[in-house]
Design a protein around this ligand. Structure first.
Ligand code: SAM
Length: 276
């Protein structure tokens, strides 16, 4: 698929998913982020974190980690959430940076932004500064050096031009600013024909995943240094099954069983930080 076709498919699938938010319990992804398609079998958010966000943000949560849990956010900091989805990490970030801080959410799927706006409005965040950008991560429309921290949760694997995304993240961070990212990668290269077939399920978080080595080169080429792997988890077979059809089987058809077998034991969920 060409990059623009990939973006179109991803936007359509996440758009339909966002529009279903009112009856998300009918989807494959049950009541909360704990059992979300993209989550690990174990919970990725604590119970107090989950109970502090509105139901709409919990239902739309499709992360593979908890970036605000390792971003070391400080009161007064400005944070950008790259691919904010239904807003769960924005809300958690807004609580940490407080009234003197700022949170931007960027997503190219309009229904997702609309749901996230509603979630933020319901989240009881008095005096918080929260702004949205309906834009692609390759061109967020944010000003240069506007953020101390860029977080992202299970999004950059979906982007066909990861170099452009990380160049843009570098541009919007202040000097010394940091990344705190949770993403999906491959342990190494896979057969080219298999990779092409998996791309058909690009919205699922395996279609666009690249090998770890290539991923770190992308970060370094954009100018980032001090890459620090906070956690690395090899997906189990059931986790891979869920991940491959994110945000849900009714939006992203599951890859053929043989193709999924071909990447079993080769897909990792990685949490890392890096510095501009
Ligand atoms: C798997 S969901 C994760 C959402 C959120 N981070 C979370 O943890 O729930 C991926 C989100 O990234 C957005 N997205 C994917 N590719 C994008 C791109 N190139 N530019 C902007 N948003 C993108 C989708 O619209 C979707 O809302």
């Amino acid at each position: 698929m060409k990059p623009d076709e990939v973006r179109q498919v991803v936007r359509e699938r996440y758009g339909k998913f966002a529009e279903s938010a009112g009856h998300a319990e009918d989807s494959c992804c049950t009541k909360s982020a704990i059992k979300a398609c993209c989550a690990h079998e174990q919970a990725i958010y604590s119970e107090p974190e989950l109970s502090s966000v509105p139901e709409i943000a919990r239902n739309l949560s499709r992360g593979c980690g908890n970036p605000t849990g390792f971003a070391n956010l400080q009161p007064g900091e400005a944070v950008v959430d790259l691919g904010c989805g239904g807003g769960i990490d924005m809300i958690l970030a807004a609580r940490k940076v407080g009234a003197g801080g700022k949170v931007y959410g960027v997503d190219f799927t309009l229904p997702m932004i609309e749901q996230a706006q509603q979630a933020v409005a319901q989240a009881n965040l008095p005096n918080r500064s929260v702004e949205f950008r309906h834009a692609p991560l390759e061109n967020t429309t944010l000003p240069d050096a506007c953020a101390d921290v860029a977080i992202s949760n299970c999004v950059i694997n979906l982007c066909p031009d990861k170099n452009a995304v990380y160049r843009e993240a570098f541009r919007i961070l202040k000097p010394g600013g940091r990344l705190a990212i949770s993403d999906i990668m491959l342990t190494g290269p896979i057969d080219a024909a298999l990779r092409e077939r998996l791309e058909a399920s690009w919205a699922g978080c395996t279609g666009g995943a690249i090998p770890e080595g290539e991923y770190w080169d992308t970060l370094k080429n954009a100018g980032f240094s001090e890459i620090n792997i906070v956690a690395r988890h090899l997906l189990s077979d059931p986790e891979l099954d869920g991940m491959a059809c994110c945000p849900g089987k009714e939006y992203t058809p599951a890859p053929a069983a043989d193709d999924l077998n071909g990447v079993q034991g080769k897909v990792v969920s990685v949490k890392f930080t890096a510095i501009k």
